[in-house]
Design a protein around this ligand. Structure first.
Ligand code: SF4
Ligand code: SF4
Length: 243
């Protein structure tokens, strides 16, 4: 487990000490202060295991191969992004500590190197995203722009069964609470028209028989959302925010 709390590290410093003419002053011992964590709660692990994308979490034996190969952790030097540690915190139910990484977990770029390397067949990338969903659903992390785009995209697709780019753009803008200037919209519209991708209003495509299919998909998504939220209670706000 990496030392993420400097306050827990106790350095035994020996000042001005000379032994047989050799200066041996300095830091000789490093200790971790003892602490007692009392609020472990296995509901995180249970919830993650109960999701189709998170069920492999219990196979993890904490070897750290995923973190050693993770491009964010190694190539981009984002030390706090540590998939092994996120899994560990979820496994032992240390939710308070896990919530400190509520934003960080979403930085996973889904390269799947961790999945390729894991000797225990843990679907690390899926597990990390499931842990992220848990944190978002319990209110530990605010909804990200990517989440809002996801919502706009799904809503747009459900309407007609095909994507309507201008409509997707409008929905996303509404969710983000921003407005693109009219001149820029016109420029973009003309570009889309020129590339034959302006399928909106009277030009809109529609998948045949979509009304029934769309209703089935909507019902399935609603049921999935209901199931995911089952047994989840909102968390109190994180004490110190992200690390
Ligand atoms: S490589 Fe697999 S088993 Fe090893 S720590 Fe990562 S998830 Fe766990
Ligand atoms: S999928 Fe995510 S966790 Fe896995 S190696 Fe890539 S960035 Fe790291």
């Amino acid at each position: 487990m990496p030392i993420v709390e400097r306050s827990l590290v106790e350095v035994d410093r020996t000042e001005a000490l000379e032994l047989e003419g050799i200066d041996v002053s300095g830091d000789w011992n490093t200790f971790l202060r003892s602490r007692v964590v009392q609020d472990l709660d296995l509901k995180v692990a249970d919830w993650v295991k109960g999701q189709p994308q998170g069920e492999t979490i219990s196979r993890c034996w904490q070897c750290g191969t995923c973190t050693a190969g993770c491009c964010l952790h190694t190539d981009f030097g984002l030390e706090e992004f540590n998939p092994r540690y996120f899994i560990y915190l979820a496994q032992i139910g240390y939710e308070e500590e896990l919530r400190r990484y509520a934003q960080t977990v979403w930085r996973c770029v889904s390269c799947n190197k961790c999945v390729e390397r894991c000797p225990k067949g843990v679907k690390v990338e899926e597990v990390i995203h499931t842990i992220g969903s848990y944190l978002t659903l319990t209110g530990a992390a605010p909804e990200s722009p990517a989440d809002r785009f996801d919502r706009a995209y799904t809503e747009n697709l459900l309407r007609r069964g095909v994507l309507d780019e201008p409509d997707l753009f409008r929905t996303y803008e509404r969710l983000e609470g921003r407005r693109t200037p009219a001149g820029e919209l016109l420029r973009m519209g003309l570009k889309l028209l020129g590339s034959g991708r302006l399928h909106t209003g009277p030009l809109a495509h529609r998948t045949r028989g979509w009304r029934r299919m769309g209703a089935v998909l909507r019902e399935a998504l609603t049921e999935d959302e209901r199931r995911r939220r089952e047994g989840l209670a909102p968390s109190p706000p994180p004490p110190g925010g992200p690390p």
